[in-house]
Design a protein around this ligand. Structure first.
Ligand code: CP3
Length: 317
């Protein structure tokens, strides 16, 4: 999940000198931001500092991140916009990511796992049509229901670019890759597999098992079978379901992570300790569990709460 960002004073300090996109594109700065949360909290895994929106950018659709205003991008509108997307230079345009990964790996050695990531085709398509907004996503949903050949053309481009991008990250030495389908829950339980799951499955198959794949899909609690069918080794779970019940419904060789409501990190250390313990008790003795949040660290989380979460996990018996 997102662990860097505004919550860290050392990140905010860098942001006074560089824009978000500058930091993503500079291997040295991206490596530094990746390491900041590890230095402070000694998490078991680092996730490379980048963004899911580097894929639209590599296909010819740039984005910006503005303080206060969030994500801004010129959105796709027509079939011609989709046909203009050009995946031929993905490796070249995203070369800064493997460079950053190699720098991080050099510092972390084998002490801390390193995770590469991407957005899922469906979630990326949603940003490409609707930008940062979270309205009813009418444009993309309408295309899915009424013009499947065009929808499939867009998904094919995204799936190919993403597969190549993850292979680049694997070549650069990541221990696992995570596919974020943060907007998977926009679809009904009956359409998720066609709109999103099958494309994620294609991507995972293209990796040929070289590293484990984690799929985080938010709000898709009616789709455990579809998620398992992607071939993911780990499923990231939001905080609206009981993790032990999800675990019990999945095949034995699929693990689970996530599930702590990130909001608790904005409350008090006592609440954090209680909620962390509740989750750990629920999963006591259950194999295939990695502790994680149900979504990214909120920008207004308190550092002492993150520390309390870590202390509670590490001292749990
Ligand atoms: O530790 C890390 O930060 C890992 C790197 C990472 C970022 N984004 C950096 C980032 C990861 C894994 C992501 C994934 C990402 N980006 C997702 C999927 C996961 C999720 O949270 O749902 C999505 C949907 C995006 C797109 C995106 N990027 C949005 C919607 C925003 C704005 C959110 C906001 O806080 O307004 C971003 C910005 C972003 N990406 C930040 C970071 C650290 C915040 C920038 C900042 O705080 O300066």
């Amino acid at each position: 999940m997102r662990q860097a960002g505004r919550v860290l004073p050392e990140y905010r300090e860098l942001k006074t000198k560089h824009t978000f996109v500058e930091m993503v594109k500079s291997p040295e700065l991206a490596a530094e931001v990746t390491l900041q949360p590890i230095r402070r909290f000694d998490f078991d895994a680092a996730i490379i500092f980048s963004d899911i929106l580097v894929i639209p950018e590599a296909l010819g659709q740039p984005y910006e991140f503005n303080e206060g205003a969030g994500i801004k991008m010129t959105t796709l509108k027509t079939a011609a916009d989709i046909d203009r997307l050009d995946g031929s230079a993905v490796e070249e345009r995203l070369d800064h990511v493997p460079q950053a990964l190699r720098l991080v790996r050099k510092t972390l050695q084998d002490r801390t796992a390193l995770i590469g990531f991407t957005g899922a085709p469906w979630t990326l398509a949603s940003f490409m049509f609707d930008g940062g907004g979270t309205g009813e996503h009418a444009h993309l949903k309408r295309m899915f229901y009424t013009d499947r050949p065009l929808f499939d053309r867009l998904m094919r481009k995204l799936t190919d670019a993403i597969s190549r991008y993850l292979l680049m990250q694997i070549e650069a030495g990541v221990d696992a890759v995570q596919i974020f389908d943060s907007r998977g829950g926009m679809m009904s339980d009956g359409t998720f597999a066609e709109a999103s799951g099958k494309w994620i499955g294609e991507i995972i198959r293209s990796l040929k098992g070289r590293v484990p794949a984690i799929v985080f899909s938010k709000g898709t609690n009616g789709n455990w079978n579809d998620l398992a069918a992607t071939g993911a080794q780990m499923i990231g779970v939001d905080w609206t379901v009981r993790l032990s019940e999800v675990r019990a419904r999945l095949p034995k060789n699929v693990g689970v992570q996530g599930n702590l409501d990130p909001f608790v990190l904005t409350t008090t250390p006592a609440v954090v300790a209680a909620e962390t313990e509740r989750l750990l008790r629920d999963m006591r003795g259950v194999p295939g569990h990695i502790f994680n949040l149900g979504h990214g660290v909120p920008p207004n989380a308190a550092l002492e709460n993150i520390q309390m979460m870590m202390d509670t996990i590490r001292s749990f018996v």
